[in-house]
Design a protein around this ligand. Structure first.
Ligand SMILES: [Zn+2]
Length: 129
């Protein structure tokens, strides 16, 4: 699957809306492709008191629920269609759920693909490998 397809799946997953007085959801959607060729999607949940989580986080939870954990491609899309690189926490989270996920290709701009290793160099974990 090429990145353009993954981007379109993420974009179609967007459904930005207010879900309660103080919380909103789905202004960012992520799509991840696994080594088995399956795609999982997720959206962010934005709440007060830091209880929400990122779209990547939600997509990963869906993937783990389905019994997979090796990510080969990832893209996250904001509600205006722009591409958002994963935050630091998600970069670390992705690395911790499979030992080879640092090789995961990430679309960070329309014309730019990098790896998680590029985004999270000098890992505390991989420096010992
Ligand atoms: Zn994140």
């Amino acid at each position: 699957m090429i990145f353009d397809e993954l981007y379109n799946i993420a974009k179609k997953t967007l459904n930005p809306r207010q879900i309660s007085k103080n919380s909103s959801a789905s202004s960012v959607a992520a799509a991840i492709l696994t080594d088995k060729g399956n795609v999982y999607t997720g959206v962010c949940i934005d709440t007060p008191c830091s209880m929400g989580f990122c779209a990547e986080h939600a997509a990963i939870a869906s993937m783990i629920t389905a019994g997979e954990n090796r990510i080969v491609k990832l893209v996250a899309v904001y509600k205006d269609g722009s591409i958002i690189p994963p935050c630091g926490r998600c970069r670390e989270f992705i690395c911790q759920i499979h030992d080879d996920n640092y090789k995961c290709a990430v679309m960070v701009r329309k014309d730019t693909i990098v790896t998680i290793d590029d985004l999270l160099p000098y890992s505390w974990e991989r420096n010992n490998l």
